[in-house]
Design a protein around this ligand. Structure first.
Ligand code: G3H
Ligand code: 13P
Ligand code: ZN
Length: 384
């Protein structure tokens, strides 16, 4: 069933495990993600970023999509999650990742999202508070969960690039929760987006611990989110490079550090890059194992696009020739079916170990199956 993200994070917080949140960019990925969460009896948070919505709305230049394209794509992703997850035995939330405007939030809620992030982290503090408060006021009457962000992560956040990070101030985080009424907060504590996080990154766990501790003292029942948390498995990187890829300095966060912070304050752990790497590795391997496919009329252009840009590992940049399949899940021929199978396997391989390691494995029964309407009532009674 589909639930507000808050229901999933309440269980993670109460029982002190980490809940992975995974970015989706195609119908097939959603299908595979739902299935692997079912097999491991874990609640699921599936995310669509602004660029994913634009891409699923048919935008070729998806990093600069229009609001109309995002609206269309949010509905496509919402429909995919409904089709694969509405009757699922595990609770599933669909969450907007790094939403930038109220317009975008509205498009996602209309499209069936049960949770939204509004990322005002690049704004002056008071403007971030005002924008987040506006989104909370809009989303909570629908029962939709809201995540904000405070502090700046280094690396690429959508098309906003920040070379340096500003760590979150725990005292300001308390003020932010109080002023905005948001449910969850993304903090900056040493992680960073993308595949180049630096070798042997040590995350500043004390920021998560201090923030959570202050929240408890202040009676704030909110959740903390770790962005930029891909582990960048070195075997994926090595295999991609052995097959012609050119990934340089690709390192992630050591999973043991994520397991540690999940026990002391971090509730939600965002992963996107690992899925992109696994899908790219699988597709490259298939083309090398079955060279005849490199000339396939339907999927040959995928191989050409991959070899033309060996530094790229974002499937959205090479799947143009099968965009209808990406968006709707319809499979026109057996070659396209093979690509979809590689993508689905990539999603499952990347997600399964993290569900076990973060600890949401076999915990789906601990999540209250709350509907959006029930959550809206709760917010109303509590005056938030
Ligand atoms: O946090 C950023 C996510 O990895 C989303 O990436 O904006 O390229 O879809 P994207
Ligand atoms: P990664 O780039 O580490 O996968 O981070 C994803 C993320 O934070 C999505 O919001
Ligand atoms: Zn992020």
């Amino acid at each position: 069933m589909l639930v507000p993200m808050r229901a999933i994070l309440e269980a993670a917080d109460t029982y002190r495990y980490g809940q992975g949140a995974f970015n989706m960019n195609s119908f097939g990925q959603v299908e595979a993600a739902v299935r692997v969460h079912e097999l491991l009896h874990s609640g699921a948070i599936l995310q669509g970023a602004e660029a994913s919505n634009a891409y699923m709305g048919g935008a070729e230049d998806f990093m600069h999509g229009t609001i109309e394209q995002k609206r269309k794509g949010a509905k496509a992703l919402g429909d995919a999650v409904k089709a694969c997850g509405e009757n699922s035995p595990v609770p599933i939330a669909l969450h907007l990742d790094h939403g930038k405007s109220l317009e975008s939030v509205k498009a996602c809620i209309d499209g069936g999202y049960t949770s939204v992030m509004i990322d005002g982290s690049s704004l002056p503090y008071e403007d971030n508070v005002a924008l987040t408060r506006e989104v909370v006021k809009y989303a909570h009457p629908y029962g939709v969960t809201v995540e904000g962000e405070l502090g700046v992560l280094a690396g690429v956040e959508d098309h906003v690039f920040s070379a340096t990070s500003t760590y979150t101030n725990p005292m300001q985080a308390i003020d932010f929760f109080k002023k905005t009424g948001c449910d969850a907060l993304a903090i900056s504590y040493g992680t960073c987006h993308g595949a180049n996080k630096g070798k042997d990154t040590v995350i500043r766990r004390e920021i998560a611990i201090a923030t959570k501790e202050c929240m408890m003292h202040e009676g704030i029942h909110g959740f903390l989110v770790s962005h930029g948390s891909s582990t960048v498995p070195q075997e994926y990187v090595q295999q991609i490079n052995e097959m012609g890829g050119k990934l340089e300095n690709a390192f992630g966060i050591d999973v043991n550090q994520l397991v540690d912070v999940a026990r002391c304050g971090i509730n939600k752990i965002n992963v996107d890059t690992d899925i992109r790497l696994a899908c790219t590795r699988n597709i490259l391997k298939m083309f090398l194992d079955q060279p005849a496919l490199q000339k396939s009329p339907s999927i040959g252009p995928i191989f050409a696009a991959m070899t033309a840009n060996p530094k790229n590992f974002d499937p959205r940049n090479y799947l143009n020739s099968i965009i209808d399949t990406v968006i709707t899940g319809q499979i026109p021929d057996s070659d396209v079916e093979k690509i979809v199978a590689c993508m689905k396997d990539g999603v499952m391989e990347a997600i399964a170990p993290l569900l076990v390691q973060f600890g949401s494995y076999r915990k789906s029964h601990l999540i209250q199956p709350v509907t959006l309407e029930q959550m809206a009532d709760r917010y109303k009674k509590e005056g938030i």
